[in-house]
Design a binder for this molecule. Structure first.
Ligand code: FMN
Length: 212
């Protein structure tokens, strides 16, 4: 054991800081059209460092972040993802799910996997030859991805939370072992000049916050 880190925020600044952070996060949007503007060196690595500081069940840290910038690998990932997604949209998607996606304008095409200058492919790490049994894997990786998205946003980068289905092709193309299971693919970069986002609502605070 050692002394716990102390807060560096004076009490009279707490509300302003909390408000500023919430206001900054509220400007984050999922971007699906990226420009070819390069990502400044080192930013993806620092964002992964932020993600790796997340809490995790029994501190097992059951995550792996594969940073892909090679255009050839991005193209291969796009082709494989689109092959899966075409099947998904044609055969496996339920009517209810299709209705939920229609306003977002998403379909089987995934150009952002190739046009975004960076992809961060996140894997859950399960028990394997070099990894212990993890606890609360999905919860832990979800929190780490939240840190990651916030860190990218803080650095002025746009991202998308993309969940191809199924994700086995990620292991094949990226050469990851079986104990690693695809969790999410995060295209990262800057929005294209003509990028648009769907108009969406956020639930108001009094709907999501309950006091007891
Ligand atoms: C777990 C999860 C999976 C998602 N999967 C996809 C996806 O596969 N493709 C996509 O275009 N958007 C995907 N999204 C993005 C959501 O559609 C988006 O976050 C939501 O509509 C709210 O919009 P915003 O991120 O711009 O605030 C996903 C988001 C989450 C959290």
């Amino acid at each position: 054991m050692r002394a716990a880190p102390r807060s560096e925020v004076p009490a009279d600044e707490a509300l302003a800081r909390a408000h500023a952070f919430a206001a900054s996060l509220s400007t984050r949007r999922s971007i699906r059209q990226f420009s070819d503007r390069p990502i400044p060196a080192g930013v993806l690595e620092e964002a992964v460092r932020a993600a790796g500081s997340a809490p995790s069940g029994a501190n097992v840290q059951p995550w792996r972040f594969v940073v892909v910038t090679d255009p050839e690998v991005r193209r291969t990932l796009r082709e494989a993802a689109e092959a899966e997604e075409r099947e998904f949209y044609r055969r496996r998607i339920s009517d209810e799910w299709r209705d939920a996606l229609t306003p977002l304008g998403t379909d089987w095409r995934k150009p952002f996997l190739e046009t975004a200058p960076g992809l961060i492919v996140v894997f859950e790490v399960h028990k394997g030859p070099t990894s212990p049994k993890p606890y609360y894997v999905k919860e832990s990786v979800g929190i780490a991805v939240g840190f990651l998205l916030a860190a990218l946003h803080q650095a002025g980068l746009a991202s998308l939370t993309h969940t191809p289905s199924p994700m086995g092709f990620l292991n094949d193309i990226l050469g990851r072992p079986r104990e690693e299971r695809g969790y999410v693919v995060i295209p990262v970069g800057y929005p294209a000049a003509d990028a648009v986002v769907p108009v969406i609502d956020r639930k108001p605070l009094d709907e999501i916050l309950v006091r007891r």
